[in-house]
Design a protein around this ligand. Structure first.
Ligand code: GDP
Ligand code: IMO
Ligand code: MG
Length: 428
């Protein structure tokens, strides 16, 4: 029996969905523990593409899938995602999908506020996904969320809705916008509640009983460490904790049940949205990485910013989550490069540092210190064992392992499920 927690070690889109899908053959239960439909995970099966946002990636293998209490749920987005996946031939039954009764809801006013805030920020826009994630998490810590359980309890819904409306209408009034009418919110909630009802559960108990029965649990994180609300490039972050310890809080278990932490790590770096990005290549190299890697956001379709691998940053992420091993993804994207750069240090005001600065003003001043590695200039896509990789690719991997102080457990060489090399099984 063992549990594995998957997190992203960069700015998201590392290929978590592909790895969770691959690993979930070994899991009995897959649980999402934070974020919302700002996430976009791609799974490719014999060229058939599944794009998931809220549904855990284990669902493609028909593993019991849990949306934990730490997730913020837009019920309409969830229903439309279920419909979309069902159109692709996978029935999302209540047996397959269980949703926490404690998860907070994203309501239309959260999305509106996300948009209004972004529009008022001018050059300092975060570049959010516009899904209302930030305002929904604010309501959660502000103790005025309407949670899934409030859909089915008139009394608690009334109290929460009053608290939420009082807060939001002060803002709407200040912004000269139309006030929110509680009756309208109640109406849409009453309409959606019965559709969701069959899926709702005490998911904490589900996870705990699975664990007690010796089942393997896979905890699936969204976003990436550098988007973490505490440890990321604040304020250019998302509004939840994306580090591994959140798997415990976000699914209602103790941290001792997180046995192995797998950090999903792209062989280079990408970022969607604004904020510092020390190794960004605003040039032909960046264009090429984006073109070969098809770097477009799943949720908003935005072009991802691209740059070289940042070992200082990934080393920091590894420590923050106690990562036991990484899955190195998109190695194939580097196949055609003659030379590959790795950032091994940061230069700020002519001083070399090997740690991530605590604020964005300093991060923006970073001049990366690079080491140049010779490329392999060979196709890696069909390699099924590490021994089949070109020598220079193996050297690149070794170099990364040394710099980030963490072993590589898996390697991914294409979007397809089967193009995956297992070095050390996270479940063993
Ligand atoms: P996630 O948000 O971490 O799940 O990642 P996304 O799905 O948003 O982005 C990763 C993208 O890279 C998707 O289009 C995947 O299909 C693709 N991908 C994943 N692993 C590999 C890989 O090893 N090689 C290549 N070329 N593409 C990959
Ligand atoms: P996955 O799970 C990449 C980014 C947004 C923006 C910032 C805040 O697919 O890796 P938000 O809407 O969360 O308030 O936006 O976070 N962002 C992501 N970037 N991958 C994601 O998820 C992301 N989820 C949010 O682009 O910069
Ligand atoms: Mg993504």
């Amino acid at each position: 029996m063992s549990n594995v927690t998957v997190i992203g070690t960069q700015w998201g889109d590392e290929g978590k969905g592909k790895i969770v899908d691959w690993l979930s053959i070994r899991a009995d239960l897959v649980a999402r523990f934070q974020g919302g439909h700002n996430a976009g995970h791609t799974i490719v099966l014999n060229k058939k593409v599944f794009k998931l946002s809220l549904l855990p990636s284990g669902i493609i293998r028909k593993k019991t899938s849990i949306i934990g209490n730490g997730v913020v749920i837009d019920p309409w987005a969830l229903i439309s995602e279920i419909k979309k996946i069902e159109k692709q031939g996978l029935k999302i039954t209540p047996k397959l999908l269980r949703i926490s009764n404690k998860a907070s809801l994203i309501l239309p006013y959260h999305q509106k506020l996300d948009e209004l805030r972004e529009n008022s920020k001018g050059n300092n826009k975060i570049g959010t996904t516009g899904r209302g994630i930030g305002p929904a998490y604010e309501d959660k810590v502000g103790r005025r969320s309407i949670r899934i359980c409030d859909l089915y309890n008139k009394e608690s819904r009334k109290i929460q809705l009053n608290a939420a409306i009082n807060h939001h209408n002060i803002i709407m009034k200040g912004l000269n916008k139309k006030l929110i009418k509680p009756a309208n919110i109640n109406k849409i909630l009453n309409k959606i509640a019965p559709t969701l009802k069959p899926y709702i559960d005490n998911t904490m108990n589900l996870v705990l009983s699975a664990n007690k029965a010796g089942k393997n649990i896979l905890f699936e994180g969204a976003q990436g460490t550098m988007l973490d609300i505490d440890h990321g490039t604040y304020p250019y972050v998302t509004s939840s904790n994306t580090v591994a310890s959140q798997a415990a809080t976000g699914s209602g278990i103790g941290p001792s049940l997180i046995h192995y932490v797998l950090g999903i790590t792209k062989a280079y770096t990408t970022r969607v949205g604004n904020g510092p990005f020390p190794t960004e290549q605003n040039n032909k190299t960046g264009e090429l990485l984006g073109k070969i890697g098809h770097e477009f956001g799943v949720v908003t379709g935005r072009k991802r910013r691209c740059g070289w691998f940042d070992a200082v940053m990934v080393n920091y992420s590894i420590k923050l989550s106690g990562v036991n091993g990484i899955a190195l993804t998109k190695l194939d994207v580097l196949d055609s490069f003659k030379n590959i750069k790795i950032c091994v240090g940061y230069k700020i005001n002519n001083k070399i540092i090997k740690s991530v600065p605590d604020n964005c003003v300093d991060m923006d001043k970073i001049k990366p210190v690079y080491e140049i590695i010779k490329g392999w200039e060979e196709d890696t896509q069909n390699c099924k064992k590490i021994s089949e990789l070109p020598l220079n690719a193996k050297k690149y991997i070794k170099k990364i392992e040394k710099l980030i102080e963490c072993p590589v457990s898996m390697i991914s060489t294409s979007p397809e499920r089967e193009d995956t090399i297992l070095v050390q099984d996270p479940f063993k």
